[in-house]
Each structure stands twice: as C-alpha cells, then as structure tokens.
Design a protein around this ligand. Structure first.
Ligand code: C2E
Ligand code: CA
Length: 841
C-alpha cells in the first residue's frame, strides 16, 4: 500500500469504491426492477451520475488538474452522496416492499457500511459520516414503521452501529500504525539501496586501487581508481590472470594470501602491462574466506605512492644535503626562535657567533628567499634564508671571507693602481673636481703637472717590463715623498703620472713660480740614479703643466697634454707651462693643419725656383725647386711654416710627389741643365714613395737625368744601408743625387763616394764664415778638395756676399746659390731672370 496519508487513501480508494458501488447498485436494480421500474431506473441513473462524478474528480486529481486537497473535498461530497444514494431506496421504492426484502436491504446496507468503514478507516471522519448516514437512516427508517418487528430490527441496527463506533477507532489505529510501519520499511529499503550505491561509488572513486581475485588468481572485481591508474577497461581486466605479471616480487605478494593464508605486501615500482606507465605502488593484499573458513580469493588495496616516494627521496636528499654539507646548514623555528635541526658545522658556527640573536632576527625577518652577510669573528658568512610555510627558515651559510677580500681588493684597484698604489685617473678626477671648487671659492690657484718619463720604452725593451715596473714604483714612492699633503699624485697608466698641486698663491705669477720650483724638484728627484739588480738607471721626465683656478677637466687634461709635448719638443727633461702663447700656437697649428688638407685640392701650392750659378762660366746652369703655399688668408707661407705639420700628418707624401711631377713639367720651360728637388727623409725611406717615383719615371712622366734629388746629410748616418739601396735603385733610373746642408751631419766623405752622390751642397753656416772665420774657410776648402778628388760637384749655399763668392771661386767650388745672385722666384719670373742672362760678378 502506497497511500500513506488519509487524503491519499480516500482518493486512491475511489476506483475500488466506484467499482463495488456500481456492481451492488446494478445488482439491487436488477433485483427490484420488476417491482418498481421507473423509480429504480431514476435511482440507478442518479447513482451512476454520482459515481461518475467521483471518478471524474479522481481523474482530474490523477492528471494533476486539481490539487489533492481540493480533490479530497470534492471526493467527500461524492462519498457522502453515495451514502445518501444507498439509503434513498429505503424512503422511496422500498418503503412498501415486503418484510423479506426489507431485511435483505438492511443486511445489504450493514455490509456496505462495514465495507466503507474498513475502506475509509484511515479517515475517521469519512468513515464515521458514511456509517452514520447509512446505519442511522436505516435505524430511523425501522423506527418509522412503529411496529414490533421493525422496532427489534431498529434495536439490532442500533447495537451494530454502536459496535462499529467502538471498533472504528481500533481499526483506524491499526491501520495507521500499519501504514507507518510500511512507510518506515519502504524508507529503510530505499535508504539501503541508496547507501549501497554510495558505498559502491565510494569504492569506485576511493583514492586507492582495489581489486578482488579468486583463488585461481583471476581478477573478479575492480574499482575505477585501479582501472584508471592501470590505463585499462574493466572488461579487459576482469578475468585477468595475475600469474601473467612480470614483476616477481609483486606476484609473490599477491600469491601469499591464497597460498599461505597470510597478508601479502609489496612496495616498489610497477609498470602497467596495459599502458606501459610506471609508478611506485604500495600493495596490501589479504585473503578472503567463506563461511567454512576456506580461502576463496584475496582483496588487494593498491596505493600510488609516486608523490610520496618522490617526497621521501627529496627529504632524504635534503637530509643528506644538510648533514653531509661542508657548510653550516640549519633549520630554525621563527615562532619559538629554536634551532630545530642543524649539522655539525652549523653548531660550531653558532657557538662562535657572539651575537647569534642578531643573526637569528635577520634570518627571521626574511620572508622570501634572501641573503645577507654577517661577520662571525674574522670570517664573513653569506646566509641564505629560505622561509617554509610553517614559520620555519631553512638556512644555508657559506663562508665568503676570501671573496669579500677579493671584492674589496677589486674595488680598491678600480680606483688605485696596483703597481704604485697611487689613485687611478677615475679617482684623481674627483680630487680635481674638489680642487676646482676650492679654487673658485677661495681664489687660490691649483696646478696640474703631467709627468711623462723620457724614452722609458727603452728600459722596458732592454730590461723587460718587470724591471720597468720596479723603476716606476721607485719613482712613484719618490714623488709621493716630495709632495705636500695637499698635493695628489696619480698614475694615469704606463709611464705617465699626473700631479695636482693645490693651495697655491692667489697671485698667478707667484703660483707659476712656485710650480716651476716644484717641477724642478720633481725633475731632479726623478733624475737621481735608481739601482735595480746591479743596474743603474737614470730616468728623466718631461713635464707639462697648467696653472688654474677653476678649469673644465677636459680642457685641463688637453692643455697639460699639449704642454707636455711642448716640453718633449723643447728637448725633454724640462717643464713646459701652458700659457696663452702656447695655446695660440697650438690653435694656429691646428688651423694650418685643417687648411693643409685642402691646399693640394685647391691648387694653393706653387713652386719657386732659385738658380745656381756656375762660378767659372758665370752661367746659370741649375735651379733648386722650393715650395710655397699661397694661403688664402695668410699670404705666401714658407716651407718651415707648414712642412713640419705636413710631415706630422703624412701629407708630405702627396706634397713631395706633386712637387716632383710639377718640376718634371717645368723643366721643359726652364733654360737650365737640371733642377734639384728636396725630398723629406720620411718619404725617401718609404718604399711606397720610392716605388711611386720609379713608376712615374717608367711611365715617362719624369725626366730623371735633369732631376737632382736633395737629401739632408743626417739621413746617411741614420739608415745607411737602406739609403744605399734606394739611391742605387733611383740612380739606375737616371736620377741625380745631392747631399743638402753638408757639413752639419758629421758624415764621412768616403760614404758619399760609395753612394755615388753627384753633388754636395756646402751648408750656409760654413759659407757665412768665409772671409770671417778661418775654421769655416779651412773646412770649406777641405770639403771642396775632397769632393773634387771624388769627382763630386760642389755648391755653396746661402751666398749673400761678394766675399763669399770670391772665396768659393778661389777654393774651386763649382756652383753657388744664394740671395746674392737671386732669390727663389716663381717659374715665370725665373724665366724672365734667366733671359736677362747677365750674371753678377
Ligand atoms: P734648403 O734645402 O736648405 O733650401 C734652401 C733654403 O735657403 C730656402 O729656404 C731658400 O729660400 C733659402 N736661401 C736661399 N738663399 C739664401 C740666402 O742667401 N740666405 C739665406 N738665409 N737663405 C737663403 P726655403 O725656401 O724657406 O726652404 C727651406 C727648406 O724647406 C729647404 O731648405 C728645404 O729643406 C725645405 N724645402 C723647400 N721646398 C721643399 C719641398 O718641396 N719639399 C721638401 N721636402 N722640402 C722642401
Ligand atoms: Ca735644399
């Protein structure tokens, strides 16, 4: 019985009730039909309508068209209407029926009432109502006859009515408690079903694998976790024979429960024969018995302990790392401040650390991985603190004393020179900055001295760098020793030292004088002999100096550089102070250099020619080509105003080539036997230059027989062998050679002969002394004599006076050149001069 509420029980009884009512009503109608046709028909139809009504209500309820409560109330009308329908015949067509029929009808109604009472027992009100309507109507009906037999019947009905009333309650209670019980049972049943499903789901999704196998080692049941980790379907695994496993240790642990009735255990790697996947497992297997204590199979619980295993391995590795670590390693609980774990090294470190509490607080302040330095005694440690989630810190300490020292040293040597321990440029510039500030503030002068050792390269090249270094450190010490405390000395590298002299006089002149004195002292100190490994070294230096109050660092450094070069140029071992004159000279030089680059391009060079006279014929037979620069702003510049710069900048190469080519062109227009050309030493020693001349000569752009190359005497001693091969190469091509400024370079005339020199030009300084200085006369005479012996032509240079001409003539000199005869002239002018052809006597 499903209906567990009175409402439902009433509604659910509709069909049965309608069916029984219809049957009985039909029976009654058929039974009484012959007595009262019309009344029976009306009654029957009405009854059927009532019953249809009840069925209709029930159907509406079933189809959920009306709510249960409403259906119940509508049903009650139907039920009570049915009860009325049953008693209606008594008052209508049965009123006059015979006694037998009346008793039959009473029995009938008693039966219906009893049936209804049982049917509606759950709803006490309906049951009572129904029974009361039927039985009390019947009782009243009997009483209404007012005769004895009916009266007895009325009493019987009354007694039965009371009996029903008494029992109706009992039946109701019985019924309700039955229903409650049955409901409980049903609840229990569904709860049981649900929980067993839950249980199955629980096992299926348990965090461990589970399988059951029979004593033939065939798998009978398995949960989903197991299937998932093996990577196999249930169909495939069920019936799998465990004897097919290839892992012997695992197999034996699975056989133990069946063969020895004991628990089997296995922990280790397992490779799934289905998916090939490998992992660490823990398998615990127990035998399963039937009720006769016979082993029927075994249940195995398998856990994937991959993660656990890895964690364990990691822990092992960590423990190993800690305890076997040569460095202090420990763990500290920052909540209690206690050291939870430590290795021996850590214990020693802790015992040595006087201010352990500070270390601890530093460690615990760190909440992400971080490091800090801490000094324990004379040792420095680098502590690395790694916080864990539970307020712990894993700490790793590493001694870094050496590294710190190395770093400190590296930091020191970033600013100080390793060899001399003097400040490097970087640091020195800071001092300079300070000096500038002081100069600006107090009006006092400062000075910067750039000391560059002279020819220091020779010491390095001859005695090696180690010796060179020792010399440098001796000098550094000496210099430091003579400077005042307000002065700073720095090594800028190599053999360069820079000294900053501070706190000089406010008067510039006085400051300069002081600087000169100090520089002198420096030069003298440097010059003192230095003995290293029994060798004595004497070093000199060139000093460039600048006196300033407040000057831009870059400009200062540029200026001391310029003045130092000036000191070198002036003959080394001296001081050159930077001043306005030097500055303008430098600017002039730079300007000239800039213009020089454009001069060839803009055709600003011009060749002047100075004729040479043959003394015994008084004919102009030769000329010397001399370069001039027609500077657009500065006018005509002489060679000494730009040639040194041309040599310095390498422009001399193109210049001399241009010269030779131009001279070769002009020769055709000049009525002379030959023209001499001056070549720079730099060029004549340059193979490329010589090759170029040779090439030009082969290309017939030159006329070598008419060109005489003038070389200064000094070159012959400087590089005799090289010059010999060059001269012989060019001589083969037909060029003539002359030695210029002869007598100043100490070369021997024997050399001149060997080199097959054609001409010797006696230097102006000797010619100048003719008629004045006996020595000059003797020297000139001997040069001319020897040259004549060797068949070399002689030219007297710089002839300015008649007496010089007479002397040269008397001594047998071949040619003469000088202002006395003619100044160097431009080509056209010379041509005019030569045309006049009236040489001076
Ligand atoms: P140098 O070879 O001794 O040339 C002679 C210099 O003496 C010329 O000066 C000339 O003008 C000058 N001179 C001539 N007669 C007299 C005189 O009676 N008295 C005095 N005091 N001087 C006289 P310049 O033209 O200024 O040349 C100077 C130097 O420049 C030349 O000296 C020569 O070595 C060099 N030089 C000139 N032109 C060139 C060139 O094209 N290439 C190269 N590399 N050097 C050249
Ligand atoms: Ca010359």
């Amino acid at each position: 019985m499903k209906n567990d509420t009175p409402i439902q029980s009433i509604l659910d009884s509709t069909v049965v009730s309608v069916f029984i009512n219809t049957l009985i009503a039909l029976f009654l109608a058929i039974l009484y039909w012959e007595h009262e046709e019309r009344a029976v028909l009306i009654w029957f139809i009405t009854f059927i309508i009532v019953l249809f009504y009840r069925l209709g209500v029930y159907l509406l309820y079933k189809k959920e068209k009306i709510a249960a409560k409403r259906a119940y109330l509508l049903s009650l009308i139907g039920i009570f209407a049915s009860a009325v329908m049953w008693v209606l015949p008594l008052w209508t067509f049965l009123r006059h029926a015979d006694l037998f029929f009346q008793f039959f009808m009473s029995l009938f109604l008693v039966g219906i009432s009893t049936g209804a009472m049982i049917l509606y027992a759950l709803d006490l009100l309906v049951a009572l109502g129904y029974v009361s309507i039927t039985l009390l109507s019947l009782l009243l009906w009997y009483v209404s006859f007012m005769d004895r037999p009916h009266f007895i019947m009325a009493i019987l009905i009354g007694v039965y009515y009371i009996f029903l009333l008494v029992n109706i309650k009992k039946i109701h209670r019985l019924y309700t408690s039955y229903l409650a019980l049955s409901g409980q049972k049903q609840g229990l049943m569904s709860a049981f079903e649900k929980s067993s499903e839950k249980f199955k789901a629980l096992l299926d999704h348990a965090p461990f694998g589970l399988f059951f196998y029979d004593k033939d080692f065939k798998i009978q049941e398995v949960n989903k976790t197991m299937l998932k980790s093996l990577g196999v379907s249930k169909e495939k695994l069920l019936g799998f024979d465990l004897r097919k496993l290839d892992n012997e240790a695992l197999k034996s642990s699975l056989f133990t429960p069946i063969q020895k009735r004991k628990k089997g255990s296995y922990e280790g790697p397992y490779r799934s024969i289905f998916s090939g996947r490998e992992f660490m497992i823990d398998a615990q297997t127990v035998p399963i018995y039937d009720k006769d204590k016979e082993v029927v199979g075994a249940l195995s619980i398998v856990r994937n302990i991959d993660e656990e295993y890895r964690r364990k391995k990691r822990l092992e590795a960590y423990a190993n790392f800690c305890f076997n670590n040569p460095n202090p390693v420990f763990q500290i609980d920052c909540r209690s401040g206690e050291v939870v774990m430590e290795n021996e090294k850590a214990a020693i470190l802790r015992s040595l650390a006087m201010d352990w509490e500070r270390v601890k607080s530093k460690i615990c302040k760190i909440d992400t991985i971080d490091t800090f330095h801490f000094k324990v005694g004379s040792h420095t440690y680098l502590f690395t603190s790694i916080p864990t989630q539970d307020g712990m810190r894993n700490v790793y300490a590493q001694e870094i004393t050496d590294e710190i020292k190395a770093k400190e040293e590296a930091d020191f040597y970033a600013f100080y020179d390793e060899l001399t321990k003097l400040p490097r440029k970087k640091l020195f510039l800071k001092f300079l900055e300070e000096a500038n500030k002081r100069g600006k503030r107090f009006g006092k002068h400062n000075a910067l001295l750039f000391i560059d050792l002279d020819d220091f390269k020779n010491i390095n090249d001859t005695f090696g760098h180690a010796t060179g270094d020792r010399v440098l450190s001796v000098l550094a010490k000496r210099l430091k020793g003579i400077l005042r405390s307000v002065d700073t000395i720095s090594r800028f590298g190599g053999d360069e030292f820079v000294v900053l002299l501070g706190d000089l006089s406010e008067d510039e002149q006085k400051a300069k004088e002081d600087v000169e004195k100090i520089a002198q002292k420096i030069l003298e100190t440097i010059k003192l002999p230095i003995t290293i490994d029994n060798h004595q070294f004497i070093v000199t230096a060139s000093i460039g100096g600048v006196v300033f109050q407040n000057m831009d660092e870059e400009e200062l450094l540029k200026n001391i550089d310029i003045s130092m070069y000036e000191a070198k140029k002036a003959g080394k071992n001296r001081l050159a102070l930077f001043d306005e004159e030097l500055k303008s000279h430098i600017y002039y030089k730079n300007e000239i250099l800039q213009d020089l680059h454009k001069a060839i391009l803009y055709n600003q060079f011009e060749i002047y020619y100075q004729p040479q006279i043959e003394l015994h014929t008084r004919r102009y037979v030769a000329a010397e080509a001399l370069i001039r620069w027609n500077h657009p702003k500065k006018g005509v510049l002489r060679p000494d105003q730009f040639l040194p710069l041309a040599e310095e900048s390498g422009l001399i190469f193109d210049l001399d080539l241009w010269m030779i080519e131009e001279v070769a062109r002009h020769i055709q227009e000049l009525d002379v036997d030959r023209v001499s050309v001056n070549l720079s030493i730099q060029n004549i020693l340059n193979c490329d230059f010589v090759a170029k001349i040779a090439q030009m000569s082969e290309e017939k752009r030159l006329n070598p027989a008419k060109i005489e190359i003038e070389l200064v005497e000094s070159i012959i001693i400087k590089d005799y062998h090289k010059i010999e091969s060059i001269i012989s190469r060019l001589k083969k091509l037909g060029f003539r050679f002359a030695i210029d400024n002869f007598g100043t370079g100490y070369s021997s005339l024997a050399h001149i002969k060997d080199l097959s020199i054609d001409t010797i030009k006696i230097d102006r300084s000797f010619v100048k002394g003719l008629g004045i200085d006996k020595d000059d006369e003797i020297l000139t005479k001997s040069i001319i004599d020897i040259a004549r012996n060797f068949g070399i032509t002689t030219v007297g240079e710089g002839v300015e006076k008649r007496v010089q001409v007479e002397f040269l003539e008397a001594l047998g000199c071949d040619l003469a050149q000088g202002y006395y005869f003619c100044e160097p002239l431009p080509l056209k002018k010379l041509q005019e001069f030569l045309k006049m052809q009236s040489p001076k006597r």
